[in-house]
Design a protein around this ligand. Structure first.
Ligand code: ATP
Ligand code: MG
Length: 569
Protein backbone atom coordinates (compact mmCIF):
# COMPACT_ATOMS: atom_id res chain seq x y z
CA UNK A 1 0.00 0.00 0.00
CA UNK A 2 1.30 3.40 -0.93
CA UNK A 3 0.95 5.97 1.84
CA UNK A 4 0.15 8.62 -0.79
CA UNK A 5 -3.04 6.66 -1.58
CA UNK A 6 -3.78 5.43 1.94
CA UNK A 7 -7.07 6.30 3.65
CA UNK A 8 -5.76 6.97 7.14
CA UNK A 9 -3.85 10.00 8.26
CA UNK A 10 -1.87 9.97 11.48
CA UNK A 11 -2.50 12.62 14.13
CA UNK A 12 0.36 14.72 15.50
CA UNK A 13 -1.42 15.30 18.78
CA UNK A 14 -2.81 12.82 21.25
CA UNK A 15 -6.58 12.60 21.05
CA UNK A 16 -7.91 14.01 24.31
CA UNK A 17 -10.58 11.45 25.08
CA UNK A 18 -8.33 8.37 25.09
CA UNK A 19 -8.10 6.45 28.37
CA UNK A 20 -5.34 3.92 27.76
CA UNK A 21 -2.31 3.50 25.52
CA UNK A 22 -4.04 1.29 22.97
CA UNK A 23 -7.02 3.61 22.73
CA UNK A 24 -4.77 6.66 22.27
CA UNK A 25 -2.39 5.00 19.81
CA UNK A 26 -5.13 3.40 17.72
CA UNK A 27 -6.82 6.78 17.27
CA UNK A 28 -3.54 8.60 16.61
CA UNK A 29 -2.41 6.03 14.07
CA UNK A 30 -5.72 6.28 12.22
CA UNK A 31 -6.58 2.63 12.86
CA UNK A 32 -10.19 3.22 13.80
CA UNK A 33 -12.85 5.88 14.23
CA UNK A 34 -15.43 6.20 16.96
CA UNK A 35 -19.08 6.50 15.97
CA UNK A 36 -20.67 6.22 19.41
CA UNK A 37 -19.80 5.06 22.93
CA UNK A 38 -18.08 1.71 22.52
CA UNK A 39 -18.81 1.64 18.76
CA UNK A 40 -16.01 1.90 16.19
CA UNK A 41 -15.33 1.70 12.49
CA UNK A 42 -12.24 -0.38 11.82
CA UNK A 43 -10.09 1.37 9.21
CA UNK A 44 -7.57 -0.59 7.10
CA UNK A 45 -4.77 -0.67 9.69
CA UNK A 46 -7.00 -2.20 12.37
CA UNK A 47 -8.90 -4.49 10.02
CA UNK A 48 -5.72 -5.95 8.55
CA UNK A 49 -4.52 -6.93 12.03
CA UNK A 50 -7.93 -8.28 13.01
CA UNK A 51 -7.93 -10.48 9.89
CA UNK A 52 -4.48 -11.83 10.73
CA UNK A 53 -5.59 -12.68 14.26
CA UNK A 54 -8.72 -14.33 12.85
CA UNK A 55 -6.67 -16.37 10.40
CA UNK A 56 -4.51 -17.76 13.19
CA UNK A 57 -7.62 -18.54 15.26
CA UNK A 58 -9.29 -20.32 12.32
CA UNK A 59 -6.26 -22.49 11.65
CA UNK A 60 -5.94 -23.58 15.26
CA UNK A 61 -9.64 -24.20 15.91
CA UNK A 62 -9.92 -26.08 12.61
CA UNK A 63 -6.90 -28.15 13.65
CA UNK A 64 -8.69 -28.93 16.92
CA UNK A 65 -11.60 -30.33 14.89
CA UNK A 66 -13.79 -27.23 14.70
CA UNK A 67 -16.35 -26.57 11.96
CA UNK A 68 -17.08 -22.94 11.21
CA UNK A 69 -20.67 -21.68 11.17
CA UNK A 70 -22.20 -18.20 11.29
CA UNK A 71 -25.20 -17.51 13.49
CA UNK A 72 -27.55 -14.53 13.41
CA UNK A 73 -27.01 -11.51 15.59
CA UNK A 74 -30.72 -10.70 15.36
CA UNK A 75 -32.72 -13.30 17.29
CA UNK A 76 -36.30 -13.81 18.43
CA UNK A 77 -36.58 -13.30 22.17
CA UNK A 78 -38.36 -16.62 22.68
CA UNK A 79 -35.11 -18.63 22.76
CA UNK A 80 -33.85 -16.33 25.51
CA UNK A 81 -37.07 -16.60 27.46
CA UNK A 82 -36.76 -20.37 27.25
CA UNK A 83 -33.28 -20.31 28.80
CA UNK A 84 -34.20 -17.55 31.24
CA UNK A 85 -31.29 -15.47 30.04
CA UNK A 86 -33.49 -12.58 28.91
CA UNK A 87 -33.66 -11.84 32.64
CA UNK A 88 -30.10 -12.89 33.49
CA UNK A 89 -28.55 -10.57 30.87
CA UNK A 90 -30.80 -7.70 31.92
CA UNK A 91 -29.79 -4.32 30.53
CA UNK A 92 -26.61 -5.75 28.98
CA UNK A 93 -28.65 -7.13 26.08
CA UNK A 94 -30.00 -4.91 23.28
CA UNK A 95 -33.70 -5.35 22.54
CA UNK A 96 -35.44 -4.29 19.32
CA UNK A 97 -38.93 -4.67 17.86
CA UNK A 98 -39.76 -5.79 14.34
CA UNK A 99 -42.51 -4.18 12.20
CA UNK A 100 -45.09 -6.49 13.76
CA UNK A 101 -44.01 -5.30 17.18
CA UNK A 102 -42.45 -8.64 18.00
CA UNK A 103 -39.60 -8.39 20.45
CA UNK A 104 -36.16 -9.43 19.23
CA UNK A 105 -32.69 -9.24 20.77
CA UNK A 106 -29.26 -8.54 19.31
CA UNK A 107 -27.30 -11.44 20.66
CA UNK A 108 -24.54 -10.87 23.22
CA UNK A 109 -23.48 -14.56 22.93
CA UNK A 110 -24.73 -17.68 21.17
CA UNK A 111 -25.34 -20.63 23.50
CA UNK A 112 -29.07 -20.65 22.69
CA UNK A 113 -28.56 -20.54 18.92
CA UNK A 114 -25.80 -23.15 18.85
CA UNK A 115 -27.77 -25.54 21.05
CA UNK A 116 -30.69 -25.31 18.62
CA UNK A 117 -28.31 -26.22 15.77
CA UNK A 118 -26.77 -29.17 17.62
CA UNK A 119 -30.19 -30.37 18.78
CA UNK A 120 -31.50 -30.39 15.22
CA UNK A 121 -28.46 -32.19 13.81
CA UNK A 122 -27.19 -34.66 16.38
CA UNK A 123 -29.00 -37.97 16.66
CA UNK A 124 -26.68 -40.43 18.30
CA UNK A 125 -23.30 -40.84 19.93
CA UNK A 126 -21.92 -41.41 16.41
CA UNK A 127 -22.40 -37.69 15.73
CA UNK A 128 -20.30 -36.74 18.75
CA UNK A 129 -18.00 -35.09 19.67
CA UNK A 130 -19.01 -31.97 17.78
CA UNK A 131 -17.09 -28.70 17.84
CA UNK A 132 -18.69 -25.66 16.18
CA UNK A 133 -17.42 -22.11 16.07
CA UNK A 134 -17.95 -18.73 14.51
CA UNK A 135 -16.17 -15.41 14.29
CA UNK A 136 -18.95 -12.88 14.62
CA UNK A 137 -19.97 -9.49 15.90
CA UNK A 138 -21.33 -9.42 19.43
CA UNK A 139 -23.46 -6.70 20.96
CA UNK A 140 -23.44 -5.95 24.66
CA UNK A 141 -24.80 -2.80 26.21
CA UNK A 142 -21.88 -2.60 28.63
CA UNK A 143 -22.55 -0.26 31.56
CA UNK A 144 -19.08 1.22 31.09
CA UNK A 145 -17.69 0.91 27.55
CA UNK A 146 -14.02 1.62 28.03
CA UNK A 147 -10.71 2.23 26.40
CA UNK A 148 -11.61 1.80 22.75
CA UNK A 149 -11.61 -1.82 21.65
CA UNK A 150 -10.87 -3.16 25.14
CA UNK A 151 -14.52 -2.97 26.14
CA UNK A 152 -16.81 -2.13 23.27
CA UNK A 153 -20.56 -2.40 22.90
CA UNK A 154 -20.08 -3.92 19.43
CA UNK A 155 -17.04 -6.19 19.14
CA UNK A 156 -15.76 -9.27 17.36
CA UNK A 157 -15.64 -12.55 19.20
CA UNK A 158 -14.61 -16.04 18.23
CA UNK A 159 -17.01 -18.27 20.08
CA UNK A 160 -16.78 -22.05 19.98
CA UNK A 161 -19.09 -24.62 21.51
CA UNK A 162 -18.45 -28.31 22.03
CA UNK A 163 -20.93 -31.15 22.41
CA UNK A 164 -19.86 -34.44 23.98
CA UNK A 165 -21.43 -37.64 25.22
CA UNK A 166 -20.36 -37.25 28.84
CA UNK A 167 -18.12 -35.44 31.30
CA UNK A 168 -15.04 -37.54 30.49
CA UNK A 169 -15.40 -36.87 26.78
CA UNK A 170 -15.80 -33.15 27.54
CA UNK A 171 -12.58 -33.29 29.58
CA UNK A 172 -10.73 -34.42 26.45
CA UNK A 173 -12.27 -31.70 24.26
CA UNK A 174 -11.64 -29.07 26.91
CA UNK A 175 -7.99 -30.04 27.13
CA UNK A 176 -7.67 -29.90 23.35
CA UNK A 177 -9.16 -26.40 23.33
CA UNK A 178 -6.78 -25.18 26.03
CA UNK A 179 -3.89 -26.31 23.86
CA UNK A 180 -5.44 -24.63 20.80
CA UNK A 181 -5.68 -21.40 22.80
CA UNK A 182 -2.05 -21.61 23.90
CA UNK A 183 -1.07 -22.11 20.25
CA UNK A 184 -3.17 -19.13 19.14
CA UNK A 185 -1.63 -16.64 21.55
CA UNK A 186 1.87 -18.00 20.99
CA UNK A 187 1.49 -17.70 17.22
CA UNK A 188 0.17 -14.14 17.60
CA UNK A 189 3.42 -13.35 19.43
CA UNK A 190 1.54 -12.40 22.61
CA UNK A 191 2.70 -13.78 25.98
CA UNK A 192 -0.49 -14.81 27.79
CA UNK A 193 -1.14 -16.36 31.19
CA UNK A 194 -3.56 -19.24 31.49
CA UNK A 195 -5.26 -18.96 34.87
CA UNK A 196 -7.95 -20.74 36.84
CA UNK A 197 -11.12 -18.70 36.72
CA UNK A 198 -14.29 -18.43 38.73
CA UNK A 199 -16.94 -20.83 37.50
CA UNK A 200 -19.95 -19.73 39.50
CA UNK A 201 -21.81 -21.28 42.38
CA UNK A 202 -21.99 -24.88 41.26
CA UNK A 203 -18.50 -26.19 41.90
CA UNK A 204 -16.61 -28.64 39.75
CA UNK A 205 -17.09 -26.86 36.43
CA UNK A 206 -13.62 -26.11 35.15
CA UNK A 207 -12.99 -22.66 33.79
CA UNK A 208 -9.79 -21.00 32.62
CA UNK A 209 -9.08 -17.49 31.46
CA UNK A 210 -6.30 -16.35 29.17
CA UNK A 211 -4.94 -13.10 30.54
CA UNK A 212 -2.53 -10.80 28.77
CA UNK A 213 -0.36 -9.02 31.33
CA UNK A 214 -0.81 -5.24 31.02
CA UNK A 215 -0.95 -2.46 33.60
CA UNK A 216 -4.24 -1.13 32.22
CA UNK A 217 -5.98 -4.49 32.69
CA UNK A 218 -9.09 -4.88 34.80
CA UNK A 219 -8.19 -8.34 36.06
CA UNK A 220 -5.78 -9.26 38.83
CA UNK A 221 -4.17 -12.65 38.76
CA UNK A 222 -2.01 -14.39 41.32
CA UNK A 223 0.89 -16.31 39.89
CA UNK A 224 3.36 -18.61 41.60
CA UNK A 225 6.92 -17.80 40.49
CA UNK A 226 7.67 -21.53 40.26
CA UNK A 227 4.96 -21.85 37.61
CA UNK A 228 2.78 -24.37 39.47
CA UNK A 229 -0.19 -22.08 40.12
CA UNK A 230 -1.99 -19.19 38.43
CA UNK A 231 -5.50 -18.02 39.18
CA UNK A 232 -7.72 -15.01 38.78
CA UNK A 233 -7.82 -13.15 42.12
CA UNK A 234 -11.60 -13.68 42.09
CA UNK A 235 -10.99 -17.33 42.54
CA UNK A 236 -7.43 -17.72 43.89
CA UNK A 237 -6.75 -19.54 47.13
CA UNK A 238 -3.57 -19.14 49.11
CA UNK A 239 -1.81 -19.77 52.38
CA UNK A 240 -2.48 -16.63 54.41
CA UNK A 241 0.18 -14.99 56.57
CA UNK A 242 0.31 -16.37 60.12
CA UNK A 243 -1.10 -14.34 63.02
CA UNK A 244 0.54 -14.29 66.47
CA UNK A 245 -0.78 -17.05 68.72
CA UNK A 246 -0.45 -17.33 72.48
CA UNK A 247 -2.18 -19.17 75.30
CA UNK A 248 -5.91 -18.28 75.26
CA UNK A 249 -6.73 -15.51 77.73
CA UNK A 250 -10.04 -14.60 79.29
CA UNK A 251 -12.33 -12.51 77.08
CA UNK A 252 -12.76 -9.02 78.54
CA UNK A 253 -14.59 -5.84 77.60
CA UNK A 254 -12.39 -2.78 77.01
CA UNK A 255 -13.24 0.88 76.46
CA UNK A 256 -12.30 2.05 72.98
CA UNK A 257 -13.64 5.57 72.75
CA UNK A 258 -14.10 6.68 69.16
CA UNK A 259 -12.59 3.51 67.67
CA UNK A 260 -14.71 2.53 64.65
CA UNK A 261 -12.29 0.93 62.22
CA UNK A 262 -9.58 -1.71 62.27
CA UNK A 263 -7.02 1.07 61.75
CA UNK A 264 -8.34 2.88 64.86
CA UNK A 265 -7.92 -0.30 66.94
CA UNK A 266 -4.43 -0.97 65.58
CA UNK A 267 -3.38 2.59 66.51
CA UNK A 268 -4.97 2.82 69.93
CA UNK A 269 -4.15 -0.70 71.17
CA UNK A 270 -0.72 -1.21 69.62
CA UNK A 271 -1.65 -4.44 67.86
CA UNK A 272 -1.47 -5.65 64.27
CA UNK A 273 -4.42 -6.02 61.89
CA UNK A 274 -3.99 -9.80 62.08
CA UNK A 275 -4.86 -9.61 65.80
CA UNK A 276 -8.29 -8.17 65.09
CA UNK A 277 -11.56 -9.53 63.72
CA UNK A 278 -13.62 -7.39 61.45
CA UNK A 279 -17.32 -7.62 60.78
CA UNK A 280 -18.61 -6.82 57.28
CA UNK A 281 -22.30 -6.75 56.41
CA UNK A 282 -23.69 -7.67 53.05
CA UNK A 283 -27.11 -7.48 51.50
CA UNK A 284 -27.45 -10.86 49.78
CA UNK A 285 -30.67 -10.89 47.72
CA UNK A 286 -32.04 -8.46 50.35
CA UNK A 287 -31.10 -10.58 53.41
CA UNK A 288 -28.39 -9.02 55.60
CA UNK A 289 -25.46 -11.37 56.19
CA UNK A 290 -22.70 -10.78 58.73
CA UNK A 291 -19.23 -11.85 57.65
CA UNK A 292 -16.46 -12.19 60.23
CA UNK A 293 -12.91 -12.21 58.87
CA UNK A 294 -9.43 -11.55 60.26
CA UNK A 295 -8.64 -7.82 60.16
CA UNK A 296 -5.75 -8.13 57.69
CA UNK A 297 -7.80 -9.94 55.03
CA UNK A 298 -10.41 -8.58 52.63
CA UNK A 299 -13.65 -10.36 51.80
CA UNK A 300 -13.72 -11.84 48.29
CA UNK A 301 -17.23 -11.04 47.07
CA UNK A 302 -17.12 -13.57 44.23
CA UNK A 303 -16.37 -16.40 46.66
CA UNK A 304 -19.01 -15.15 49.08
CA UNK A 305 -21.62 -14.89 46.34
CA UNK A 306 -20.87 -18.44 45.21
CA UNK A 307 -21.07 -19.69 48.80
CA UNK A 308 -24.41 -18.02 49.47
CA UNK A 309 -25.75 -18.98 46.02
CA UNK A 310 -27.42 -15.60 45.61
CA UNK A 311 -28.08 -13.48 42.55
CA UNK A 312 -27.14 -10.13 43.98
CA UNK A 313 -24.54 -9.30 46.60
CA UNK A 314 -23.46 -5.87 47.77
CA UNK A 315 -22.36 -4.16 50.96
CA UNK A 316 -25.34 -3.43 53.17
CA UNK A 317 -26.15 0.23 53.73
CA UNK A 318 -25.86 1.59 57.30
CA UNK A 319 -29.67 1.78 57.40
CA UNK A 320 -30.05 -1.87 56.39
CA UNK A 321 -27.44 -2.88 58.97
CA UNK A 322 -29.12 -0.99 61.78
CA UNK A 323 -32.51 -2.38 60.74
CA UNK A 324 -31.00 -5.86 61.01
CA UNK A 325 -29.94 -5.11 64.61
CA UNK A 326 -26.24 -4.44 63.95
CA UNK A 327 -24.07 -1.67 65.39
CA UNK A 328 -21.87 -0.39 62.54
CA UNK A 329 -18.35 0.36 63.83
CA UNK A 330 -18.67 -2.03 66.76
CA UNK A 331 -20.46 -5.07 65.35
CA UNK A 332 -19.33 -8.46 66.38
CA UNK A 333 -20.57 -12.01 66.03
CA UNK A 334 -20.34 -12.36 69.82
CA UNK A 335 -23.75 -13.03 71.26
CA UNK A 336 -25.40 -12.18 67.97
CA UNK A 337 -28.34 -14.30 66.85
CA UNK A 338 -31.22 -13.93 64.42
CA UNK A 339 -28.98 -13.07 61.48
CA UNK A 340 -27.05 -15.20 59.01
CA UNK A 341 -23.38 -15.38 60.08
CA UNK A 342 -20.53 -16.47 57.84
CA UNK A 343 -16.94 -16.83 59.04
CA UNK A 344 -13.79 -16.84 56.94
CA UNK A 345 -11.28 -19.59 57.67
CA UNK A 346 -8.81 -16.93 58.78
CA UNK A 347 -10.62 -16.62 62.12
CA UNK A 348 -9.25 -20.09 62.95
CA UNK A 349 -5.69 -18.90 62.36
CA UNK A 350 -4.65 -16.71 65.26
CA UNK A 351 -6.28 -16.11 68.63
CA UNK A 352 -6.86 -13.61 71.43
CA UNK A 353 -8.37 -11.27 68.86
CA UNK A 354 -9.84 -7.83 69.43
CA UNK A 355 -13.40 -7.73 68.13
CA UNK A 356 -16.50 -5.53 68.35
CA UNK A 357 -18.86 -5.65 71.32
CA UNK A 358 -22.13 -4.66 69.61
CA UNK A 359 -22.09 -1.34 71.45
CA UNK A 360 -20.38 1.90 70.53
CA UNK A 361 -16.98 2.71 72.13
CA UNK A 362 -16.49 -0.83 73.48
CA UNK A 363 -14.58 -3.82 72.14
CA UNK A 364 -13.74 -7.25 73.44
CA UNK A 365 -10.19 -8.45 73.70
CA UNK A 366 -8.97 -12.03 73.84
CA UNK A 367 -11.75 -13.26 71.60
CA UNK A 368 -11.25 -16.86 70.51
CA UNK A 369 -13.17 -18.85 67.92
CA UNK A 370 -15.10 -21.08 68.48
CA UNK A 371 -14.90 -20.61 72.26
CA UNK A 372 -16.54 -17.17 72.30
CA UNK A 373 -18.81 -17.00 69.26
CA UNK A 374 -20.48 -19.07 66.61
CA UNK A 375 -21.01 -18.74 62.89
CA UNK A 376 -23.48 -20.63 60.70
CA UNK A 377 -20.96 -21.39 57.99
CA UNK A 378 -17.18 -21.30 57.92
CA UNK A 379 -15.54 -21.22 54.49
CA UNK A 380 -12.68 -19.68 52.59
CA UNK A 381 -14.04 -16.32 51.45
CA UNK A 382 -10.93 -14.16 51.80
CA UNK A 383 -9.09 -12.38 48.99
CA UNK A 384 -5.66 -13.78 48.20
CA UNK A 385 -2.94 -11.23 47.64
CA UNK A 386 0.70 -10.85 46.63
CA UNK A 387 3.00 -12.40 49.21
CA UNK A 388 0.49 -15.04 50.33
CA UNK A 389 1.73 -18.62 50.00
CA UNK A 390 1.12 -20.65 46.84
CA UNK A 391 -1.50 -23.33 47.61
CA UNK A 392 0.67 -25.93 45.88
CA UNK A 393 4.22 -25.14 47.02
CA UNK A 394 4.06 -22.31 49.57
CA UNK A 395 6.25 -19.90 47.57
CA UNK A 396 5.20 -16.24 47.81
CA UNK A 397 2.62 -15.45 45.09
CA UNK A 398 3.08 -12.54 42.68
CA UNK A 399 0.24 -10.27 41.66
CA UNK A 400 -0.07 -9.39 37.97
CA UNK A 401 -2.60 -7.10 36.29
CA UNK A 402 -3.91 -8.12 32.94
CA UNK A 403 -6.61 -8.18 30.30
CA UNK A 404 -8.89 -11.18 29.80
CA UNK A 405 -8.60 -12.08 26.12
CA UNK A 406 -10.02 -15.59 26.24
CA UNK A 407 -12.19 -17.78 28.39
CA UNK A 408 -12.83 -21.53 28.26
CA UNK A 409 -15.60 -23.01 30.34
CA UNK A 410 -17.22 -26.39 31.00
CA UNK A 411 -20.88 -25.57 30.59
CA UNK A 412 -22.46 -28.94 31.31
CA UNK A 413 -26.03 -29.76 30.34
CA UNK A 414 -28.00 -26.62 31.21
CA UNK A 415 -28.64 -25.61 27.58
CA UNK A 416 -29.09 -29.10 26.17
CA UNK A 417 -31.61 -29.88 28.90
CA UNK A 418 -33.42 -26.61 28.20
CA UNK A 419 -33.63 -27.14 24.44
CA UNK A 420 -34.05 -30.92 24.34
CA UNK A 421 -30.49 -31.52 23.12
CA UNK A 422 -30.45 -35.29 23.64
CA UNK A 423 -28.51 -37.97 21.81
CA UNK A 424 -29.00 -41.73 21.71
CA UNK A 425 -26.18 -43.57 23.48
CA UNK A 426 -24.88 -46.99 22.38
CA UNK A 427 -27.47 -48.68 24.60
CA UNK A 428 -30.28 -46.80 22.82
CA UNK A 429 -30.92 -44.47 25.77
CA UNK A 430 -31.45 -40.69 25.49
CA UNK A 431 -28.98 -38.42 27.31
CA UNK A 432 -28.37 -34.70 27.20
CA UNK A 433 -25.20 -33.66 25.37
CA UNK A 434 -22.52 -32.14 27.60
CA UNK A 435 -21.32 -28.73 26.46
CA UNK A 436 -18.21 -26.61 26.70
CA UNK A 437 -17.83 -23.03 25.49
CA UNK A 438 -14.76 -21.14 24.42
CA UNK A 439 -14.47 -17.42 23.66
CA UNK A 440 -11.76 -15.11 22.38
CA UNK A 441 -12.31 -11.37 22.12
CA UNK A 442 -10.71 -10.82 18.71
CA UNK A 443 -10.88 -7.03 18.73
CA UNK A 444 -9.86 -7.00 22.40
CA UNK A 445 -6.80 -9.08 21.50
CA UNK A 446 -5.67 -6.32 19.14
CA UNK A 447 -6.11 -3.60 21.77
CA UNK A 448 -4.46 -5.77 24.44
CA UNK A 449 -1.55 -6.47 22.09
CA UNK A 450 -0.95 -2.72 21.86
CA UNK A 451 -1.33 -2.27 25.63
CA UNK A 452 1.36 -4.87 25.99
CA UNK A 453 3.58 -3.70 23.13
CA UNK A 454 4.21 0.02 22.88
CA UNK A 455 6.69 2.70 23.93
CA UNK A 456 6.42 6.46 24.25
CA UNK A 457 6.69 6.88 20.47
CA UNK A 458 4.10 4.37 19.38
CA UNK A 459 3.14 0.78 18.76
CA UNK A 460 5.51 -2.22 18.64
CA UNK A 461 3.58 -4.91 16.79
CA UNK A 462 4.59 -8.54 17.05
CA UNK A 463 5.19 -9.43 13.39
CA UNK A 464 2.45 -12.10 13.05
CA UNK A 465 -0.37 -9.62 13.71
CA UNK A 466 1.11 -6.42 12.29
CA UNK A 467 -1.11 -4.83 9.61
CA UNK A 468 1.96 -4.66 7.35
CA UNK A 469 5.25 -6.38 8.00
CA UNK A 470 7.47 -3.79 6.38
CA UNK A 471 7.41 -0.01 6.43
CA UNK A 472 9.33 1.03 3.33
CA UNK A 473 10.37 4.66 3.49
CA UNK A 474 11.63 6.68 0.55
CA UNK A 475 13.53 9.81 1.69
CA UNK A 476 13.71 12.66 -0.82
CA UNK A 477 11.25 10.72 -2.93
CA UNK A 478 11.09 13.60 -5.40
CA UNK A 479 14.59 12.61 -6.59
CA UNK A 480 14.17 10.23 -9.48
CA UNK A 481 16.98 7.86 -8.40
CA UNK A 482 15.16 7.44 -5.05
CA UNK A 483 11.68 6.86 -6.44
CA UNK A 484 13.05 4.42 -9.00
CA UNK A 485 14.99 2.43 -6.40
CA UNK A 486 12.15 2.55 -3.85
CA UNK A 487 9.53 1.52 -6.43
CA UNK A 488 11.76 -1.39 -7.40
CA UNK A 489 12.22 -2.46 -3.77
CA UNK A 490 8.46 -2.17 -3.17
CA UNK A 491 7.78 -4.42 -6.18
CA UNK A 492 10.44 -6.87 -5.03
CA UNK A 493 9.04 -7.15 -1.50
CA UNK A 494 5.48 -7.60 -2.75
CA UNK A 495 6.78 -10.27 -5.09
CA UNK A 496 8.37 -12.02 -2.10
CA UNK A 497 4.97 -12.05 -0.41
CA UNK A 498 5.47 -9.35 2.20
CA UNK A 499 2.77 -6.91 3.27
CA UNK A 500 4.39 -3.53 2.69
CA UNK A 501 3.36 -0.02 3.61
CA UNK A 502 5.35 2.20 1.26
CA UNK A 503 5.83 5.81 2.30
CA UNK A 504 6.23 7.33 -1.16
CA UNK A 505 5.04 10.82 -0.15
CA UNK A 506 6.87 13.60 -1.94
CA UNK A 507 6.40 16.55 0.34
CA UNK A 508 7.05 15.09 3.78
CA UNK A 509 10.32 15.40 5.69
CA UNK A 510 12.38 12.51 7.01
CA UNK A 511 11.33 13.54 10.55
CA UNK A 512 7.63 13.29 9.78
CA UNK A 513 8.07 9.94 8.02
CA UNK A 514 10.15 8.46 10.85
CA UNK A 515 7.63 9.65 13.45
CA UNK A 516 4.93 7.80 11.54
CA UNK A 517 7.16 4.72 11.39
CA UNK A 518 7.48 4.75 15.17
CA UNK A 519 3.78 5.52 15.73
CA UNK A 520 2.50 2.80 13.40
CA UNK A 521 4.94 0.31 14.86
CA UNK A 522 5.36 -2.05 11.92
CA UNK A 523 8.04 -4.60 12.77
CA UNK A 524 10.70 -3.59 10.24
CA UNK A 525 11.59 -0.33 8.54
CA UNK A 526 13.50 -0.25 5.25
CA UNK A 527 14.90 3.11 4.16
CA UNK A 528 15.87 4.14 0.63
CA UNK A 529 17.68 7.49 0.52
CA UNK A 530 20.11 9.28 -1.79
CA UNK A 531 22.98 8.47 0.59
CA UNK A 532 22.08 4.76 0.80
CA UNK A 533 21.84 4.59 -2.97
CA UNK A 534 25.27 6.18 -3.29
CA UNK A 535 26.70 3.59 -0.87
CA UNK A 536 24.93 0.74 -2.64
CA UNK A 537 22.94 -0.29 0.45
CA UNK A 538 19.48 -0.22 1.97
CA UNK A 539 18.98 0.53 5.63
CA UNK A 540 17.02 -1.99 7.73
CA UNK A 541 15.87 -1.42 11.29
CA UNK A 542 13.60 -3.42 13.57
CA UNK A 543 11.13 -1.20 15.39
CA UNK A 544 12.23 -2.84 18.63
CA UNK A 545 15.95 -2.22 18.07
CA UNK A 546 17.86 1.04 18.46
CA UNK A 547 20.43 0.27 15.77
CA UNK A 548 19.88 0.01 12.06
CA UNK A 549 21.90 -2.11 9.65
CA UNK A 550 23.15 -1.20 6.18
CA UNK A 551 22.79 -4.19 3.92
CA UNK A 552 23.54 -4.78 0.29
CA UNK A 553 20.34 -4.76 -1.74
CA UNK A 554 20.88 -8.39 -2.63
CA UNK A 555 20.86 -9.34 1.06
CA UNK A 556 17.57 -7.57 1.85
CA UNK A 557 15.31 -10.65 1.59
CA UNK A 558 17.42 -12.69 4.00
CA UNK A 559 17.82 -9.80 6.43
CA UNK A 560 14.07 -9.17 6.46
CA UNK A 561 13.20 -12.80 7.02
CA UNK A 562 15.59 -12.98 9.97
CA UNK A 563 14.30 -9.72 11.47
CA UNK A 564 10.64 -10.81 11.30
CA UNK A 565 11.38 -14.27 12.69
CA UNK A 566 12.69 -12.69 15.90
CA UNK A 567 9.13 -11.85 16.99
CA UNK A 568 7.96 -15.46 16.99
CA UNK A 569 7.38 -16.96 20.40
P1 ATP B 1 -15.57 -9.31 30.84
O1 ATP B 1 -15.46 -10.00 32.17
O2 ATP B 1 -14.32 -8.65 30.39
O3 ATP B 1 -16.80 -8.44 30.73
P2 ATP B 1 -16.87 -11.64 29.95
O4 ATP B 1 -16.34 -12.59 30.92
O5 ATP B 1 -18.22 -11.11 30.06
O6 ATP B 1 -15.82 -10.44 29.78
P3 ATP B 1 -17.11 -13.67 27.95
O7 ATP B 1 -18.59 -13.75 27.90
O8 ATP B 1 -16.34 -14.71 28.64
O9 ATP B 1 -16.70 -12.23 28.48
O10 ATP B 1 -16.63 -13.43 26.45
C1 ATP B 1 -15.52 -14.07 25.85
C2 ATP B 1 -14.45 -13.06 25.48
O11 ATP B 1 -14.98 -11.95 24.76
C3 ATP B 1 -13.78 -12.42 26.68
O12 ATP B 1 -12.75 -13.25 27.16
C4 ATP B 1 -13.23 -11.12 26.09
O13 ATP B 1 -11.98 -11.37 25.48
C5 ATP B 1 -14.24 -10.78 25.03
N1 ATP B 1 -15.14 -9.69 25.46
C6 ATP B 1 -16.15 -9.76 26.35
N2 ATP B 1 -16.76 -8.58 26.47
C7 ATP B 1 -16.15 -7.72 25.62
C8 ATP B 1 -16.34 -6.35 25.26
N3 ATP B 1 -17.31 -5.63 25.80
N4 ATP B 1 -15.50 -5.80 24.34
C9 ATP B 1 -14.53 -6.53 23.77
N5 ATP B 1 -14.30 -7.82 24.05
C10 ATP B 1 -15.10 -8.43 24.96
MG1 MG C 1 -15.23 -14.29 30.80
Amino acid sequence: MRVSRFLSKTLRQDPGEAETASHRLMLRAGMMMQMGAGIYSYLPLALRSIKKIEAIIREEIDAAGGQEVLMPALQPIEAWQQSGRDVAFGDNMFHVFDRRKREMVIAPTHEEAITLIATANVESYRDLPLLLYQIQTKFRDEPRPRAGLLRGREFTMKDAYSFDTDQEALDVTYQRMRIAYRNIFRRCGLPTLEVEADSGAIGGKDSHEFIMPAESGEDTVLVCPTGDYAANAERATSVIPPAPESAPQEMTLVDTPGAKTIADLVDSMGITEAQTLKAVFYAADKEVVLVTIRGDIEVNEVKLKNLLEVRELRLATPEESVAAGLTPGSTSPIGLTGIKRVGDKSIQQGNNFVAGANQADEHYKNVNYPRDFEVDTIAEIGTSKAGDGCPNCGAALDEVRGIEVGHVFKLGTFFTRTFGGDYLDDAGKLNPMVMGCYGIGVTRVLAAAIEQNHDDKGILYPAPIAPFQVHLVALNADKEEVSTAADATYAQLLELGYDVLYDDRLGESAGVKFNDVDLLGLPVRVVISPRNIKNGVVEVKRRRDDESAQVAAADLPATLAAALAQDEL
